[in-house]
Design a protein around this ligand. Structure first.
Ligand SMILES: Nc1ncnc2c1ncn2[C@@H]1O[C@H](COP(=O)(O)OP(=O)(O)OP(=O)(O)O)[C@@H](O)[C@H]1O
Ligand SMILES: [Mg+2]
Length: 341
């Protein structure tokens, strides 16, 4: 695993401020890119782990996925800004989401001994579905339908910002990871618990397998439990293949029937019995919220509360602006004005 590079300047452009997370395939840094006049933009810089960086098949697919995903332009998808390579390997530069991932959001309620607010969870997942729909309905340069299947919809890959916006990240990267696993079987441990039953049987990923993963995310966020948990991978894969869903209504008595129905439908064993599209599922969730939608401000406040519950500042602290040419310009101007007085 690569060492912590905080404080480094990558490609003379991205100043790494701190390590924000360490996942199965990469390290994510909170970073900043600076322009003139003290302008600065926070970014997330994702650096591939050493053990994958040497895998040419992984790198080839990582580049391809980065290229395709950089075309996705949607408020509920984490924007990919840049892709590069330096002496320490490959990296992706993405929009920085000031907030928490959904796993942290849910845990903050569990730690406080309260149920997750179903309206907020429903609002988050409805936003995620809007981003997912844009990927599923992507058209290529010639106007032909060229869907991007996410393949790795998990609570960790759903970021919720302090402004109350949910964003899905890591599109298609699971494909690169799978490929790496095929070429060197023990490099990556797959995240088995969010697979649709048909994927666990070797079938290809589809819109409906993504929607099944959304169903698991929703089930877990509302229950505060894991749906398919087991101590060993073998036991987990058995549970996933069987796809037996224990009823959410027995865990939460306060959920509207239509929300319970949406979870059940997303988690149908047969793909053709699930929602036809992310849009269709999203509309059902919005209908559940009906006359009581959650405002971004209200959602954002709960994200700030979750950050504080995790011992983080309510918002990530902005680095001080570097003295830039405009500071000099302003100083000069002030001197000029003074001289005129
Ligand atoms: N764009 C982003 N803005 C802010 N924080 C981010 C961003 N992307 C990722 N993170 C943080 O970095 C952590 C690590 O991300 P990473 O994608 O490497 O691992 P993961 O999502 O936990 O697991 P996986 O490797 O399966 O994707 C995330 O859990 C999240 O907390
Ligand atoms: Mg991730």
């Amino acid at each position: 695993m690569a060492s912590d590079e905080s404080g480094r300047l990558v490609h003379g452009r991205y100043e790494l401020l701190e390590l924000a997370g360490d996942g199965g395939m990469a390290q994510v840094y909170r970073a900043v890119t600076r322009g003139a006049a003290g302008f600065q933009r926070p970014v997330a810089l994702k650096r591939v782990h050493d053990h994958l960086a040497g895998n040419t098949e992984f790198v080839r697919m990582f580049i391809e996925e980065a290229r395709v995903c950089s075309e996705l332009d949607h408020a509920n998808v984490v924007q990919v800004h840049d892709f590069g390579v330096d002496g320490s390997g490959y990296y992706l530069v993405m929009e920085w989401v000031d907030g928490v991932h959904l796993g942290q959001y849910v845990k903050s309620f569990i730690d406080r001994g309260v149920s997750t607010p179903w309206r907020h969870v429903t609002a988050i997942v409805a936003q995620v579905l809007s981003g997912l729909a844009a990927a599923h309905e992507r058209v290529d340069a010639r106007g032909a339908l060229a869907p991007i299947i996410h393949r790795d919809v998990t609570p960790h890959n759903i970021m919720v910002s302090v402004s109350g916006v949910a964003k899905l990240t890591d599109f298609g990267l699971a494909r690169a990871v799978d490929r790496a696993r095929m070429t060197s079987p023990d490099v990556v441990k797959g995240k088995l618990s969010y697979l649709a039953p048909e994927l666990a049987r070797g079938k290809p990923a589809t819109v409906q397998s993504d929607l099944y993963a959304v169903g698991i995310v929703l089930w877990e966020a509302l229950s505060g439990e894991r749906l398919y948990w087991a101590d060993t991978d073998a036991e987990r894969i058995r549970k996933v293949r069987e796809g037996e869903v224990s009823p959410l209504r027995e865990r939460r008595r306060d959920l509207p029937a239509e929300l319970l129905g949406a979870v059940d439908r997303a988690l149908m064993h047969a793909p053709e019995q699930r929602f036809a599209s992310a849009d269709e599922m999203g509309h059902v969730l919005l209908r559940v919220l009906g006359a009581a939608p959650v405002s971004p401000r209200e959602l954002g406040q709960t994200v700030m509360d979750a950050r504080v519950a995790h011992g983080l500042p309510a918002r990530s602290v902005r680095p001080p602006p570097a003295p830039g040419p405009m500071t000099d310009v302003l100083t000069t101007r002030m001197i000029v004005i003074k001289a005129e007085d």
